[in-house]
Design a protein. Structure first.
Length: 173
């Protein structure tokens, strides 16, 4: 009975029951992997880096981050896109965050777009927020949208009613 009372007491106390009934090293190890697994999905995936000697022809799409140092002939869609100083992209760029240090020939769409002093952009920029450093070279138009990642949704709804209303009012009056 003495041993039963010991078993009953730890079972009433749940934290003590586990260390007493199993090996102490395995019990702390069990919460550690669960904690590790819980933090693993939150951990940021590694950045994919396209080296300076790489030339890619075609489109790229990822939910992760890309750092381009080489040349890309095609569209790129990513979460965070960093264009290195030696990089050249000919195509549309769509990302939550875009940091441009190199050259882009094509449209840029991003929630946050940053042109550093070494940036060279030939094309339109559609953004929610933008920062252009002194020394950056930019040829094109800049348009702010609340949702720049979805092309054609915000602009036509805003532009079409504004253009239709004055045209309809003029012939009648």
């Amino acid at each position: 009975m003495f041993s039963k009372s010991k078993i009953n007491e730890p079972s009433a106390k749940t934290p003590e029951a586990k260390p007493t009934s199993s090996v102490p090293s395995s019990t702390p190890a069990a919460p550690a992997p669960s904690d590790f697994r819980a933090s693993a999905p939150k951990a940021k995936p590694p950045v994919s880096i396209l080296s300076s000697d790489l030339h890619v022809t075609g489109n790229m799409k990822t939910t992760g981050d890309i750092q381009v140092e080489g040349t890309v002939d095609g569209d790129i869609r990513a979460h965070l896109l960093t264009i290195g100083e030696s990089a050249t992209i000919k195509g549309e760029v769509i990302a939550d965050d875009v940091v441009i240090n190199g050259r882009i020939v094509g449209r840029v769409r991003g929630l946050k777009v940053r042109l550093t002093a070494s940036a060279r952009v030939e094309g339109d920029i559609i953004h929610k927020t933008i920062a252009i450093e002194s020394g950056a070279h930019f040829e094109g138009s800049v348009q702010r949208q609340d949702d720049p990642l979805n092309p054609g949704r915000t602009a036509p709804k805003t532009a079409a009613p504004a253009a239709a209303a004055p045209a309809a009012a003029r012939p009648k009056g």
